[in-house]
Design a protein around this ligand. Structure first.
Ligand code: FES
Ligand code: FES
Length: 170
């Protein structure tokens, strides 16, 4: 088996949830794998690895993006937010996480990080969404076990809590 020398890997650095992180990546390494295996940010899940399930969704420069469809080297210099960044500094749930908890909006939880990141972008632009708008926002995220009713209810609750608190972060 051929081993890559350190010289064949590229330095990659970006801001992750407000903190600069650095590592080395093979040119072909996916961003989701870099996050999980190089940085240790395992909150981002990997399902289909070809852009279908949405489990790997993160925010790159504020936009919900599939981290399995991007190479780690392409993320150099970007600003990334992942599920780890939704938790408050004291370890308590953020608004969106709390709403999911209270509505039983997850079962196995595999899809949840991707859904929360998709909705965190969505709620920033749509603070008072309709059910139909939430369904469209969730159309890129597959959940195999909860059913979407509780997820939609959680999103409605999170939107109401955000409006009430006038908070920007979910
Ligand atoms: S793992 Fe990226 S979309 Fe499924
Ligand atoms: S909670 Fe299991 S896939 Fe969504």
């Amino acid at each position: 088996m051929k081993h890559l020398s350190r010289d064949s890997r590229h330095p990659v650095s970006f801001e992750l949830n407000g903190r600069v992180v650095e590592g080395f990546s093979e040119p072909r390494m996916l961003l989701c794998d870099f996050l999980r295996h190089e940085i240790g940010a395992t909150g981002t899940h990997v399902g289909c690895e070809h852009g279908v399930c949405g489990a790997c969704t993160i925010l790159i420069d504020g936009k919900a993006s599939r981290s399995c469809l991007m190479l780690a080297v392409q993320a150099d210099g970007t600003e990334i937010h992942t599920i780890e960044g939704l938790t408050r500094p004291d370890g308590s749930f953020g608004i969106l996480q709390q709403a999911f908890h209270e509505n039983f909006a997850l079962q196995c939880g595999f899809c949840t990080p991707g859904i929360l990141m998709s909705l965190s972008e969505f709620l920033k632009d749509n603070p008072d969404p309709s059910v139909e708008e939430i369904k469209v926002a969730l159309s890129g995220n597959i959940c195999r076990c909860t059913g979407y009713t509780e997820i939609i209810n959680a999103c409605l609750d999170a939107a109401a809590a955000l409006r009430a608190s006038k908070a920007e972060a979910v």
